[in-house]
Write a protein that binds this ligand. Structure first.
Ligand SMILES: *[C@@H]1O[C@H](CO)[C@@H](O)[C@H](O)[C@H]1NC(C)=O
Ligand SMILES: *[C@@H]1O[C@H](CO)[C@@H](O)[C@H](O)[C@H]1NC(C)=O
Ligand SMILES: *[C@@H]1O[C@H](CO)[C@@H](O)[C@H](O)[C@H]1NC(C)=O
Ligand SMILES: *[C@@H]1O[C@H](CO)[C@@H](O)[C@H](O)[C@H]1NC(C)=O
Length: 461
């Protein structure tokens, strides 16, 4: 009886730890504690996000979203300076662009954006809510006369986009926010004081971040523009609040751009630098932020077709990234009118059609013992332990025999092509892998047009 009682008691203790354990964790405002928080699982399982660069820089839509800085910053780009000289009156200011950030009814259709994003197979969206230009896409109390309600669109672009995205159960909404602003006098003053004063942080950056999180409840807080020490930005204090008390404390993920010393070391997932695609297994979760227009995050009117990433290359980026423990964040820059140009829409829908066949190897996958093949190049791997499967992403269609150096088979092993019903025959090479005998498949029977995925079950490794 006594034994039964003590088991009974310990059962309830265990149960209450399971039910309440998460609540009792309090993160401290230091990196050791902040870094110890596990990422909410939705993020690793989702793998693919879409990045939206949309702001006043979308009005000139020339050069890049760094337009203002490259026009009037300390090291101007001649191309941008000439563009202004040739097309605008001498007294034209960057702020004058805002009135042409038109976003008209009937042209801007956030529900249609959300339809594209859902069809793309992405699982989260990260919208630029304030870039280094300082313009806030939501009616911020802390950005007087330099926000989307006071000038330009005269509407809450963060509210409208987030609302449209949340109608799709597959999609989560996140925000990008730049800590610093190129030309903000308060920031420049703090910087002049070697970041010993924090007026900009307490009057601008932090109030904006609290306002954004409390109002829009984003599941991603993607920080950027961390020019200054993380102590200056008070980052660990903000993150402790985000993880302990904010309305998204259980679901939110963040990145590492929280101060000069934090980048690539601290925070949530690591971004290190743009287009971070290390090609080798990373212990810590990372994100490869990359773009459909290879030359700019913001929309450019003069993008040439050759600047736009091909679907083959985009899918290869996905395979390499997730094989190494990364997520991928794919950028598209909408026009100032609020249109996603058809070439980008096509890329995203192509990705979605591919994921419709091959998503099993992507979502919920984990890196495998090998990231890429040891014999044949252009082959990357993931695994699904729950399905006892290893997946080989083939950049090229193998005609005839395909040697895979990495997988070691068992008597239970099967090899199939995702989206194709007839299993493939293969010959074991023991420790040296397998030779897959790829049959001839007519073009109209191919499950997809780009990057094929082999599913190899019950491997020995
Ligand atoms: C979202 O995308 C999924 C996967 O392609 C599709 O099955 C679903 O019907 C879409 N949802 C809506 C509301 O269109
Ligand atoms: C910062 O310092 C420079 C000189 O080093 C000065 O020209 C500038 O006006 C200062 N800016 C502010 C905002 O204090
Ligand atoms: C900023 O950080 C200091 C410690 O460095 C802390 O005392 C203060 O409460 C923080 N302020 C905010 C608004 O986070
Ligand atoms: C693939 O794996 C091999 C080791 O088997 C390695 O040498 C190579 O650098 C890897 N990466 C690429 C891109 O092939």
């Amino acid at each position: 009886m006594a034994a039964f009682n003590s088991n009974f008691v310990s059962f309830f203790i265990t149960l209450s730890v399971i039910l309440h354990g998460a609540e009792s964790i309090k993160y401290e405002p230091n990196w050791e504690s902040i870094d110890s928080r596990p990422l909410p699982v939705w993020y690793d399982q989702g793998k693919i996000g879409i990045f939206l660069h949309w702001g006043v820089f979308s009005v000139p839509s020339y050069s890049s979203e760094w337009f203002w800085y490259h026009w009037q910053g300390p090291q101007p780009f001649p191309s941008v300076v000439n563009f202004m000289k040739n097309n605008y009156k001498p007294d034209f200011t960057y702020a004058d662009f805002a009135k042409d950030f038109s976003v008209q009814e009937g042209i801007f259709k956030p529900d249609y954006w959300a339809d594209i994003f859902n069809a793309s197979g992405a699982r989260y969206i990260v919208q630029v809510t304030k870039h280094h230009e300082g313009f806030t896409s939501w009616p911020s109390k802390y950005s007087f006369n330099w926000n989307a309600m006071d000038v330009g669109p005269k509407r809450d672009l963060v509210g409208e986009v987030s609302k449209a995205i949340r109608k799709y159960p597959n999609l989560r909404y996140g925000i990008y926010h730049s800590l610093f602003e190129w030309f903000n006098p308060l920031y420049l003053q703090d910087r002049n004081n070697s970041f010993k004063t924090q007026d900009f942080v307490f009057d601008k950056t932090l109030p904006e971040l609290y306002e954004l999180v409390n109002t829009y409840k984003p599941d991603v807080v993607w920080s950027d523009g961390c020019n200054g020490p993380d102590e200056y930005w008070n980052s660990t204090h903000f993150l402790a609040w985000l993880y302990n008390e904010s309305p998204v404390k259980d679901t939110v993920v963040t990145n590492d751009r929280w101060g000069n010393g934090a980048l690539c070391h601290h925070g949530g997932f690591l971004t290190c630098h743009d287009h971070y695609n290390p090609g080798t297994l990373q212990k810590r979760k990372f994100e490869n932020a990359m773009k459909l227009d290879g030359r700019s995050w913001g929309y450019r009117r003069n993008t040439a077709l050759i600047d736009v990433i091909s679907i083959e290359s985009l899918l290869q980026n996905i395979a390499e990234t997730i094989s190494c423990n990364g997520n991928i964040l794919i950028n598209v820059g909408p026009t100032k009118d609020g249109v996603i140009a058809p070439i980008y829409e096509e890329r995203l829908r192509q990705m979605g059609s591919w994921l419709g066949i091959n998503g099993e190897a992507v979502y919920k996958s984990r890196p495998w013992a090998f990231q890429n093949d040891t014999v044949t190049s252009g082959i990357w791997y993931t695994q699904r332990k729950d399905l006892k499967a290893v997946y080989a992403f083939l950049f090229n269609w193998p005609s005839g025999d395909l040697t895979l150096g990495a997988p070691q088979v068992t008597s239970e092993t099967t090899v199939t092509l995702l989206g194709y019903s007839v299993p493939f025959k293969f010959t074991s090479q023991g420790q040296k892998g397998i030779v897959v005998h790829v049959p001839e498949i007519s073009y109209n029977k191919m499950p997809c047009m780009w990057m094929w995925v082999l599913k190899i079950t019950n491997t020995a490794n």
